[in-house]
Design a protein around this ligand. Structure first.
Ligand SMILES: [Mg+2]
Length: 180
């Protein structure tokens, strides 16, 4: 594992969906529609990330209308669905957003995410990810997929970049000691 203190210049957060933005369960209706359960604190974190000047990308191996809606709600800058091979999708996104791979951070939870995680400057995974994924990640979250792992990574990166206090100041206008 690398020293997380190094990662102060991340501009793009690349997120997997199933097992990262969700707990990995896929709810299928008889008509074949997919329902997903997202985490509101992840969503808020994604808004903080954007507010701090960061960009967001979603790269998923599955196609899902629910993901499209969620991505739109959260102003995700680049969305690649049904990406059977995720690395070419990442390369496209990096070109589109004009961000070097070293300045991208990836969050993935399975073997299919490894090429993307290796290519990015920083890689995080979830505590229940396969051993091989946890072994190559720079950071393993405490919170699970769909349970706040994305928020955890965003807070980590914003704190390392010295931007977290700016986010907090909006909610503590009189300072953090002030109780009311
Ligand atoms: Mg996944």
């Amino acid at each position: 594992m690398m020293n997380v203190d190094e990662f102060t210049n991340i501009e793009l957060l690349v997120l997997d969906v199933d097992g990262v933005l969700t707990d990995g369960r896929i709810i299928l209706s008889p008509s074949g529609e997919e329902a997903k359960v997202f985490n509101a604190r992840d969503g808020a974190g994604m808004k903080y990330w954007k507010r701090a000047g960061g960009k967001l990308a979603i790269i998923s191996g599955r196609g899902s209308a629910a993901v499209k809606i969620r991505a739109k709600e959260l102003s995700v800058d680049a969305v690649r669905l049904s990406a059977k091979d995720k690395l070419p999708a990442l390369e496209e996104v990096l070109v589109e957003l004009d961000i070097p791979a070293e300045r991208a951070a990836a969050v993935g939870d399975d073997l299919t995410d490894i090429p993307v995680m290796r290519r990015c400057g920083f890689a995080a995974t979830t505590p229940d990810a396969p051993e091989e994924v946890r072994a190559m990640a720079d950071y393993v979250t405490h919170l699970g997929g769909g349970a706040g792992c994305v928020r955890e990574v965003i807070e980590l990166l914003l704190k390392r970049a010295g931007k977290w206090n700016d986010i907090l100041s909006r909610y503590f206008p009189a300072g953090r000691e002030q109780r009311r």
